[in-house]
Design a binder for this molecule. Structure first.
Ligand code: C5P
Length: 405
């Protein structure tokens, strides 16, 4: 459900539209949200706390100085323990208090204390909505970052007057809440993902290493894109000069064997996307001290050994993630090599790209890739690495849809 786990603090203020908040509570709960209601004194003249409490399956908060309520949660906790504060209906009086920072009842005190997003659904007589004072207050609130839905035009319930002032419909308010909390755009909520990115450095001695030109841009962008869709992402990054992406747990490693161990330690996971340009070989003869140039002597030989193949390990692991994606940096025969790699590595998808020097992909900001699956190959146009990341994250979400969690 779009609002699963989301906590809405619903403030009901005075007005005939308060009866619609009963339906609104149902709509929000149907979508998985929990609803904690606060009612102003005026609201209780229109609907009863009993009805609101029954529909929300929650205690209804009404008093700033209620001994029981204050001991129970208190207005500061009420203000913070939610993902969104929704005021529906929002009266002219409550908008005025909010705009000026008054805090003489529970609803206004909570609004002054909250650091959460606030959405208001005004409802009032059209003359009150178009009054200069209300216009000023709404302007102030918009400037403070408060979101508005409505009022709508139509006939007023009580006076039959027409004009702007009707509260938005509960279904539309619920849709706006979903939009604000990103429910519908978080198809990977509850999923875990491991992403590798960047090059690895294989030491020759304490100051020298073997590396490649990978910047980490593509892998970091993929980690960020998965997180944006709601996944809990661990990014295992080799040495790069770009920043850790926001909303992602980043583990920094140097060598391929460290990257391998870090990846395996994060299993099980739902998704693995191995983007790192892992060095194929490490130096077996890596020295503890800086190797000295000896006059008259031949250069030291470098003995290489194969590094663990991280993608292959994950693709064949007993705790194999549901979706395993690898990258194939090729300079020739991209499709055939990509398909062979898909099988060899036990992956579901290979993102194959041409990294010939003339493409500028390695270290650059753009990418042109082919998506190789077991039963299809699709060509994506020339895109920025961020766009490739967003498309890939969406593709992974699509493939996971309907899979058991
Ligand atoms: O075999 P090749 O290096 O071309 O395969 C590329 C893919 O395999 C990439 O997804 C890369 O991250 C992954 N890989 C790996 N560990 C290695 C070598 C490659 O995870 N040692």
């Amino acid at each position: 459900m779009e609002l699963t786990g989301k906590r809405i603090l619903l403030i009901i203020s005075g007005g005939i539209a308060a009866y619609k908040s009963l339906d609104l509570i149902r709509r929000l709960r149907e979508r998985g949200a929990s609803v904690r209601p606060i009612m102003t004194a005026a609201a209780q003249e229109f609907v009863t706390p009993l009805a609101v409490g029954a529909l929300s399956a929650s205690h209804v908060y009404t008093d700033l100085f209620s001994r029981e309520d204050e001991q129970d949660v208190g207005h500061i906790r009420l203000a913070r323990e939610c993902d969104l504060v929704l005021i529906a209906p929002a009266s002219a009086d409550l908008l005025a208090k909010m705009a000026h920072g008054l805090a003489n009842d529970l609803a206004s005190a909570v609004l002054l204390a909250t650091d959460r997003p606030v959405l208001v659904a005004p409802a009032m007589n059209p003359k009150m909505w178009s009054a200069a004072a209300t216009k000023r207050n709404a302007e102030i609130l918009r400037g403070d970052g408060v979101g508005f839905i409505g009022p709508m035009s139509g006939e007023m319930a009580e006076s039959g007057e027409a004009g702007l002032g009707r509260m938005a419909e509960p279904l539309d308010i619920a849709a706006e809440v979903v939009h604000l909390l990103g429910g519908s755009e978080r198809p990977l909520a509850g999923r875990t993902a491991i992403v590798t990115s960047g090059p690895t450095h294989e030491p020759i001695d304490p100051v020298r290493y073997i590396a490649n030109r990978s910047s980490g841009r593509q892998g970091h962008a993929i980690a960020a894109a998965l997180a944006k869709l709601g996944a809990e992402v661990t990014l295992i990054s080799g040495p790069v000069t770009i920043a850790d992406p926001a909303g992602v747990q980043t583990i920094h490693v140097e060598r391929a064997d460290e990257m391998h161990d870090a990846v395996v330690s994060r299993l099980p996971a739902d998704i693995a996307i191995m983007v790192a340009a892992v060095a194929d070989w490490r130096v077996v003869t890596s020295a503890d001290q800086k190797i000295k140039k000896q006059p008259g002597e031949a250069p030291p030989p470098l003995m290489l050994a194969e590094n663990p193949d991280i993608l292959k390990t994950v693709g064949h692991h007993a705790q194999r993630p549901k979706i395993v994606v690898g990258f194939a940096a090729e300079t020739q025969d991209i499709e055939r090599n990509g398909q062979a790699k898909l099988v060899r590595k036990g992956a579901d998808l290979i993102v194959a790209n041409d990294v010939s020097p003339e493409t500028g992909v390695m270290g650059g900001t753009r990418n042109r890739v082919k998506i190789i699956a077991h039963d299809s190959i699709s060509d994506w146009p020339d895109l920025s690495k961020d766009e490739v990341a967003e498309r890939l994250a969406a593709l992974v979400a699509e493939k996971l849809e309907g899979e058991h969690r």
